[in-house]
Design a protein around this ligand. Structure first.
Ligand code: DAH
Length: 339
């Protein structure tokens, strides 16, 4: 009997498995109602009285060892099953993350900022609610100037006039008032005009204004900067500057880029000419420099301004400006792949 107990103890100690069926078979073999231990305990009555104590202890130890073994194996299996149900199959493709998309206005704005920041321009911002001075008067648009009618204005208060800025050129005045040349800055922001809403116009839209002031800044610097911009932004390297009029610049020009006439859309958006107008620009009028306490005899500079919606419509072929403001996810979702 002693030898049997010793052999079984060894068998129990060396047993190991990761299958719950084998654990159960092991339990039945040793601890089941017809198991080995039951038989051994039954044989116990035949053990000589002198050996009863020692064999009894050995039998109890055998039963406890078998019970512990079953419990330990069961627990281990259970916790590893738990892990499996927690993590599932780790080789399985993951659930897709619900990614948001940047608004196309932000995408284009960031792209413009990026292009100009590479040649040393910083970003500046100003208030959307402006006074008459920064939106008009300092920009060489004194009271009763007919060019004020170029931009229909939302007024908030009269005398003194407080209004919603009609362009981000107001930020150029604020920037010049607070910074000494050399100045290189772009000012993105929202602007407001009292206009009828249609597929091509809205009463709220976005602009980026650019300003460069230093000694000896010439029209050639302006043209070269704009050429760099159109190459980087649109991958187009042909531009033309058409003479135009803005009160705050002299001379002034409108910038067209050669878009091409390869597709039907090209024909449509360029009205069959291949050329597209993308912004206004010019050399900062000496009066504007004086108004901002910069000496026009020492410094000169150029400025430009463009509409972000217009550029986004061109880049992504968006047919209606109202789509930017409706927040329809079917529209917004399409910009997921663009950063
Ligand atoms: N402020 C003009 C507009 O809203 C755009 C513009 C034109 C800005 C020429 C400029 C500029 O700085 O030089 O129509």
């Amino acid at each position: 009997m002693k030898d049997t107990i010793k052999d079984l103890l060894e068998e129990i100690n060396s047993f190991n498995t990761d299958s719950s069926e084998e654990v159960e078979a092991f339990r039945i073999k040793f601890l089941g109602s017809k198991g080995l231990l039951k038989n051994l305990f039954a044989d116990f009555k035949n053990v000589a009285a002198s050996e009863k104590k020692i064999i009894g202890q050995a039998l109890n130890n055998l039963r406890n060892t078998a019970t512990d073994k079953v419990n330990v194996l069961k627990n281990t299996l259970e916790s590893s099953n738990l892990d499996k149900s927690n993590y599932g199959d780790l080789t399985r493709p993951a659930e897709p993350l619900n990614l948001g998309a940047r608004h196309p206005i932000s995408i284009v704005k960031n792209k413009i900022i990026d292009v100009f920041s590479r040649i040393g321009f910083t970003v500046s911002e100003g208030p959307e609610i402006e006074d008459d001075w920064h939106n008009f008067t300092a920009l060489n648009l004194p009271e009763y100037h007919p060019a004020r009618d170029m931009q229909d204005t939302f007024f908030i208060e009269k005398d003194p006039d407080i209004l919603l800025r009609t362009h981000t050129s107001s930020v150029q005045v604020r920037y010049m008032e607070n910074h000494k040349p050399p100045i290189r800055t772009v000012s993105p922001g929202r602007v407001f005009r009292n206009e009828d809403i249609s597929a091509r116009a809205h009463c709220i839209f976005h602009q980026v204004e650019g300003l460069y002031i230093d000694t000896d800044v010439s029209f050639a610097d302006l043209k070269q900067t704009l050429l760099y911009f159109t190459k980087e932004m649109f991958g187009k390297s042909k531009i033309r500057l058409r003479p135009s009029y803005f009160p705050f610049t002299e001379p002034s020009a409108e910038v067209d880029i050669y878009w091409g006439l390869e597709t039907e859309t090209d024909y449509k958006i360029t009205k069959g000419t291949g050329w597209l107008e993308i912004m206004g620009c010019g050399m900062v009028d000496p009066n504007v420099l004086t108004n901002a306490n910069i000496d026009p005899l020492v410094y000169s500079g150029f400025a430009f301004g463009m509409g972000i919606e217009r550029i986004a419509m061109l880049l992504y072929q968006i047919p209606d400006i109202r789509m930017f403001y409706e927040n329809d996810v079917r529209f917004l979702e399409q910009f997921k792949s663009v950063i």
